[in-house]
Design a protein around this ligand. Sequence first.
Ligand SMILES: C[S@@+](CC[C@H](N)C(=O)[O-])C[C@H]1O[C@@H](n2cnc3c(N)ncnc32)[C@H](O)[C@@H]1O
Length: 188
Amino acid sequence: MTAHATIFFGLWLQNPLRIAAANPSSARLADTLARCVDLGRPGPVLELGAGTGSLTSGLVRAGCPPERILALEREPRLVTVLRREFPGMTVIEADATRIGEYLASRVERLCTVVSSLPIKWFPVEAQRAVVKPCLELLGPGGQFLQLTNAFSSPVSIEALGIAGREIRRVWLNLLPAQIWSYSERSGA
Ligand SMILES: C[S@@+](CC[C@H](N)C(=O)[O-])C[C@H]1O[C@@H](n2cnc3c(N)ncnc32)[C@H](O)[C@@H]1O
């Protein structure tokens, strides 16, 4: 087990529901997710629940400079890892439900949002607090990408009044993973 995987596993043992996975995402999954990001769009890439940076590394391998990534993580030990591994990246130590407050005064436009938060376990109001401010800054054609092991939408599409669909499925992973894409409904 790598040092990062050991930290991650230790935190998961202490609180499985907060961390939501026993291991960091694989490089294969990270690369598949990164290929869904259109880096030609303007603005930073926002990563929610960045953990030890497995998905972040996929974004960097795909050509996104760390300086263009805003990575949010709640666990202080994981924040320390992210700051050490990606020195140029902005690391936000916060609960994801407060992302609206952070973005309001600092960001005019987002390229894409990449989330591996355990969002299917969040109450609807918490899902709304995470997803809605992001969709506002993504603008037309922008995607809120969510990783999940669930075989149905992890975000309550109807309650939030948004559009969502599964865009990729990765079978060759520890657990099969799906990537969902959310956006404002057309005409909204
Ligand atoms: C399934 S792990 C994914 C970690 C990493 N992105 C990866 O793919 O290996 C979920 C991550 O979300 C973080 N997290 C969970 N709930 C959160 C919240 N409300 N606010 C911020 N981070 C949260 C956890 O600490 C954990 O690092």
